[in-house]
Design a protein around this ligand. Sequence first.
Ligand code: 13P
Ligand code: SF4
Length: 325
Amino acid sequence: MLAVRPASDAATGAGLPERIERLRQQRRAVILAHNYQLPEVQDIADFVGDSLGLSQQAANTDAEVIVFCGVHFMAETAAILSPDRTVLLPDLAAGCSLADTITADQLRAWKADHPGALVVSYVNTSAEVKAESDYCCTSSNAAAIVNSIPRDREILFCPDMFLGAHVERVTGRTMHVWMGECHVHGGIEPAHLDAVRRQHPGAELLIHPECGCTTSALYRSSSGDLPGPTTVVTSTEGMVRRAAESPASTFIVATEVGILHRMEKVIPGKRFLPASRGAVCQYMKMITLPKVAASLETLTPRVTVAPEIAARARVAIERMLAVPV
Ligand code: 13P
Ligand code: SF4
């Protein structure tokens, strides 16, 4: 029987990291956290990273329990890849506005309009949508996945229109792209970027491909319209890597603000400025230390995927993991 948590811990967070560490060992659990998680959640995790890194960790873990500090589709992906493990999502309401923009029924109807087309679905989709897909992808490998498909094949890409446009630009391919967007990244506007860039003209610009401002920023950089040495479009983990390697010392970061904690921790001494302080994903912030502790104590809430759906979704995810990036 595991110890009952004192009420004061839940209220103040005091002692929670130690309690979580004890429970983690008792449960033989691994704690995986996305780069957008609250700082204190990132700090107690065994691994912090982007969707691709988290999927790889979930696929290869020896742990009996996976505590997923992220959003629902990420925990589902872990449950699909590790069906024998207990996958916990400390708050089941942690969803994703982008994943909600396409249902399996909508995808089936879209496929019926394009017989013979291959479907590439972003990892930000439900398990049912992945089960209807040929390939899964993340922001780290979307271009590599599309490049691995013969050029004469028609492609349906869903659900993020900005990532789709970015992949078309990078690969030189034309795809049918679903018109979904993430409300957080969609809310980072070109005007936000321009304002920060004018204040910090020497800063390098790091943009997540889900941002609607990507096209305009790339165009304005290449046309010399805005000062600034470099613009890099990449995943959250790609941003961390790029900032570590870049000669620049100041970066404007166009994605959810949770990444700033990770960057400041991994790369002390460099300066990271948010493109928009309002870029906060309320779903990611639903995961808190008291909920992580409660989840480990009770082994709930659990995320499971029906075996028939999981088997089909796994094909799309494993095809993705097999493509070298
Ligand atoms: P990354 O895979 O780049 O971390 O992105 C996940 C996500 O949800 C972005 O909003
Ligand atoms: Fe979904 Fe957007 Fe939140 Fe990422 S930031 S989890 S895409 S709602």
